[in-house]
Design a binder for this molecule. Structure first.
Ligand code: HEC
Length: 189
C-alpha cells in the first residue's frame, strides 16, 4: 500500500513536470505527441517526390467536369442567344437580388461601380487607377442586350475584361444578370 502511494506520487510529479508548471509564454510549447502535426499529405505547391515532374498540383483527368456542371453552348454568342434562355428572367425577388448583389459587389463593383455607373464616376475604387476606365453598364446599350449576352460576357469576358466563370458559379450567374437588370432599372444612365 505504501509503495502504491509512493508510485502514484511519483507519476503525478512526472506528469506535473511534463505539462510544465512554470509555463514560459514567450516560447513555443513543447509538443509531446507530434503525429497530428506532421501530415504525410502533400500540400498544394509542395515538392512531390512521387510524381514524374515533382509538382503536387494535378491536372483533372481529361473529359472530367466539376460536380453539378451543366454544359452550355457558349462558343459563339449568336448560337448561345438562340439556344439558351434565362430560367429566372424578370425575377426581382429579394432572394434573387441578394445573391446577385453578393456576386456583383464581390466581383464587379470594384471596376463598374456599385450602381453600374462605370469607372469614370465610381470613386474610391480600383478603377480610379486604371487607364482604360471600365464602361457604364446601366446605359441604353447594355439595357438593349439580351440576358444571354450579359451572361456570356460574365462567363467569357470581353476585350480587356477577363472571364468571371471561375468567380461566379454557374448556379448563381443568372441571379447576377437579374441584379444588373435591377441596377439598370434604378440607376439608369
Ligand atoms: C478589372 C475590372 C473589371 C471587372 C472586375 C469587371 N469588369 Fe466588366 N469590363 C471591364 C472593362 C475594362 C470592360 C470593357 C472591355 C472591352 O470591351 O474591351 C468591361 C466590359 C463589360 C461589359 C460590356 C460593356 C460594354 O459597353 O460593352 C459588361 C456588361 C461587363 N463588363 C459586366 C461586368 C460584370 C457583370 C462583372 C462582374 C462579374 C464585371 N464586368 C467585372 C472591366 C471589368
Amino acid at each position: 500500500m505504501k509503495s502504491l502511494v509512493f508510485q502514484a506520487a511519483a507519476i503525478l510529479a512526472i506528469l506535473g513536470g511534463l505539462t510544465g508548471c512554470h509555463i514560459d509564454k514567450s516560447k513555443p510549447n513543447f509538443e509531446l505527441i507530434q503525429d497530428m502535426m506532421e501530415s504525410p499529405a502533400i500540400k498544394p505547391q509542395e515538392y512531390d517526390p512521387n510524381t514524374p515532374n515533382h509538382i503536387s498540383g494535378r491536372e483533372p483527368v481529361k473529359g472530367t467536369v466539376p460536380v453539378g456542371f451543366v454544359y452550355e453552348p457558349m462558343d459563339d454568342l449568336a448560337v448561345a442567344e438562340k439556344e439558351m434562355k434565362n430560367p429566372i428572367a424578370g425575377d426581382m425577388s429579394k432572394e434573387v437580388l441578394w445573391v446577385g448583389e453578393k456576386y456583383y459587389e464581390t466581383n464587379c463593383a470594384l471596376c463598374h461601380g456599385s450602381k453600374g455607373e462605370g469607372g469614370v464616376e465610381s470613386k474610391g475604387r480600383i478603377s480610379e487607377l486604371m487607364a482604360l476606365k471600365p464602361p457604364v453598364i446601366t446605359n441604353d446599350k447594355i439595357i438593349g442586350w439580351s440576358d444571354v449576352h450579359l451572361y456570356y460576357v460574365i462567363s467569357r469576358g470581353q476585350g480587356m475584361m477577363g472571364p468571371y466563370a471561375n468567380h461566379v458559379p454557374q448556379k448563381y450567374r443568372w441571379q447576377l444578370v437579374n441584379y444588373i437588370r435591377h441596377l439598370q432599372k434604378n440607376y439608369k444612365k
